[in-house]
Design a protein around this ligand. Structure first.
Ligand SMILES: [Zn+2]
Length: 78
């Protein structure tokens, strides 16, 4: 069984990395196949160590009492 962190995209899965980049998120880890993408900062408050799931585009940012932003790629577009 493949390790969860290197699992292939789900059927119909689409890499949401570019969507996040469009909102100012700068990925620091681009390892191919990795689900969880680490980014430099939160698109809302600028806090460090933001991360998101590239296949579901879901994210939750609650690190170190920051903004608590959470949702997915569609949330960002609102
Ligand atoms: Zn934030």
């Amino acid at each position: 069984m493949p390790n969860r962190s290197t699992a292939p995209p789900p059927r119909g899965g689409k890499d949401s990395t570019r969507l996040f980049e469009a909102f100012g998120v700068v990925p620091v880890e681009r390892t191919r196949g990795l689900e969880n993408v680490q980014a430099e900062s939160c698109p809302s408050c600028g806090g460090a160590k933001f991360s998101f799931d590239r296949w579901t585009s879901q994210f939750q940012y609650s690190s170190l009492n920051k903004c608590g932003l959470k949702g997915n790629g569609l949330t960002l577009m609102r």
